[in-house]
Design a protein around this ligand. Structure first.
Ligand code: CP
Length: 303
């Protein structure tokens, strides 16, 4: 039995296989419509979500399975003091696979250590978000044809941005990848993530300017400054609009640059950018569902 807590638990061959399966699902959805008949997914969301929870649920329904779960800690027995370990043991009696989001880093790992079924980390605090990375990777693959020799700009909250940490880990395995880390001083990439880049000899630069590196980027990954991760409102208000991508700022970007965002968006991409052919963030949402379908099939060992 296998869970997914960190994106690096999926090796590059397996990633290739997941992408192949997702592309096949896109081409031949009917072939997959009963693959999970009789199986149940439990979505245990201790933190708010639109995309991740509903795309997991849509994924399971499109595979012919069923879904149970809760969308907030308050409506679960966690509000009475039940531990994550006990919750995982209990839900294993009802479901074949669990997708869990939790505000505490490491909570899905604790669940996986105690559950009798596979557990998927659907986002843990400011740590990791491996299935968002699967969505990001399928989008990059379909837009760019592969992952090698890409210059990837990551912009916004690089400190708390769990999607950024997982994407850096995944792309660091490919030759010729370079990162441009664009953030205010207060929201720079954590030292432990930079250390992994240093250890692997992966080139990166840090800047506070979005405009300056724009012409060299193949991918621009925008992120939201996350109000829920701040300890005081004053800091959030000061930093929230540090970067706003507008059509004007895209003038110096490559014609084939790809703009990604894990969403939700607040102000950091102007809606006027949505019609630009380089805006890929709504495709990214759709691709997330297909990658979650492929992942459920892999973890449930469905042929
Ligand atoms: N990208 C993402 O995780 O979105 P949600 O918080 O809506 O699930």
């Amino acid at each position: 039995m296998r869970s997914l807590i960190d994106i690096l638990e999926i090796n590059t061959d397996e990633l290739e296989q997941l992408i192949k399966t997702a592309n096949d699902i896109i081409e031949n959805p009917a072939k997959y419509s009963e693959k999970c008949k009789g199986k149940k997914l439990a979505t245990l969301f201790f933190e708010p979500s639109t995309r991740t929870r509903l795309s997991f649920e849509a994924a399971m329904y499109e595979l012919g399975g069923n879904v149970i779960g809760f969308s907030e800690a308050q409506s679960s027995s966690a509000s009475k003091g039940e531990s994550v370990a006990d919750t995982a043991k209990v839900i294993s009696c009802y479901a074949d696979i669990i997708a869990m989001r939790h505000p505490k880093e490491g909570a899905p790992l604790v669940a996986a250590m105690n559950a009798g079924v596979p557990v998927i980390n659907a986002g843990d605090g400011g740590h990791n978000h491996p299935t968002q990375t699967l969505a990001d990777l399928l989008t990059i693959y379909r837009e760019k044809g592969g992952f090698e020799n890409l210059t990837v700009g990551l912009c916004g909250d690089l400190k708390f941005g769990r999607t950024v940490h997982s994407l850096i880990a995944a792309l660091s395995r490919y030759t010729g990848v370079k990162f441009v880390l664009i953030s205010p001083q207060e929201l720079k990439l954590p030292g432990y993530v930079k250390q992994t880049l240093d250890d692997k000899g992966i080139p990166y630069t840090e800047t506070t300017s979005l405009e300056e590196p724009m012409p060299q980027l193949d991918i621009l990954y925008m992120t939201r400054v996350q109000r829920e991760r701040f300890f005081n409102e004053e800091d959030y208000l000061r930093l929230k609009d540090s970067y706003i991508l507008t059509p004007e700022k895209l003038k110096n970007a490559r014609a084939d640059m790809c703009v990604l965002h894990p969403l939700p968006r607040v102000n950091e991409i102007s809606v006027a950018v949505d019609n630009d052919p380089r805006a890929c963030y709504f495709k990214q949402v759709l691709y997330g569902k297909y990658m979650r379908m492929a992942l459920i099939l892999m973890l449930l060992e469905v042929e």
